[in-house]
Write a protein of this length. Structure first.
Length: 202
């Protein structure tokens, strides 16, 4: 059985839950049903890290997830616009979208595999559990000021993980939108154009 996993943790000082959380949740839950996967949404702190985004590492540190074959980690601020089954894509350890687009390796500072959409195999998750330290990402953030995506990329390359590069349509980032092509199969919208995403998600 495969799993679609999302989480939301409020940041200090936040009051109430933003509307877009429910929209992202409903979209992912609907997609899970369409492709025959289980769906889990969590507001529980498991990693207890300095940054909430490090909660995504629960997928490999929490052994209760070992019962799943592949797991799609989907940021809560995304809309799914397809019925294509992402789990049909053959991956090795992990599948992600590169921020420069497929197979573009130009030297652009800060261009990484984006952490908003990750597809992990069981083998990849167990490998990550054995090679990642459950607290060193907090030290990384303290020393560099950077978050989950930068740390994950560093660890994946350092330990020689086999990364399957997904087509960019599987994680369309806001800076990739054009006037006539706002939406990918999964659109990661962040803080801009949320009104359009609300309308599209409804």
């Amino acid at each position: 059985m495969n799993l679609v996993y999302q989480y939301y943790l409020p940041y200090p000082g936040e009051i109430g839950k933003p509307d877009w959380v429910e929209i992202g949740k409903k979209s992912a839950e609907k997609y899970s049903k369409e492709i025959g996967a289980e769906y889990i949404y969590s507001e529980e702190k498991y990693m207890n890290s300095v940054l909430n985004v490090f909660e995504s590492f629960r997928l490999f540190f929490d052994e209760s997830f070992d019962c799943y074959d592949k797991i799609l980690l989907l940021d809560i601020d995304t809309i799914v616009n397809t019925k294509d089954n992402i789990f049909d894509i053959e991956i090795e350890d992990v599948g992600m979208v590169h921020e420069l687009g497929v197979y573009n390796r130009s030297a652009v500072p800060g261009a990484l595999y984006n952490g908003g959409v990750q597809v992990w195999s069981k083998e990849g998750r167990i490998k990550a559990r054995s090679l990642f330290d459950s607290k060193k990402h907090d030290h990384f953030h303290k020393e560099t000021g950077k978050g989950e995506t930068a740390y994950l990329n560093m660890m994946l390359f350092h330990h020689g993980f086999k990364i399957t590069e997904l087509e960019s349509d599987w994680n369309r980032l806001n800076f990739q939108w054009s006037e006539n092509n706002h939406f990918g199969k999964i659109t990661h919208f962040n803080d801009i154009k949320k009104d359009k995403m609300y309308n599209h998600g409804k």
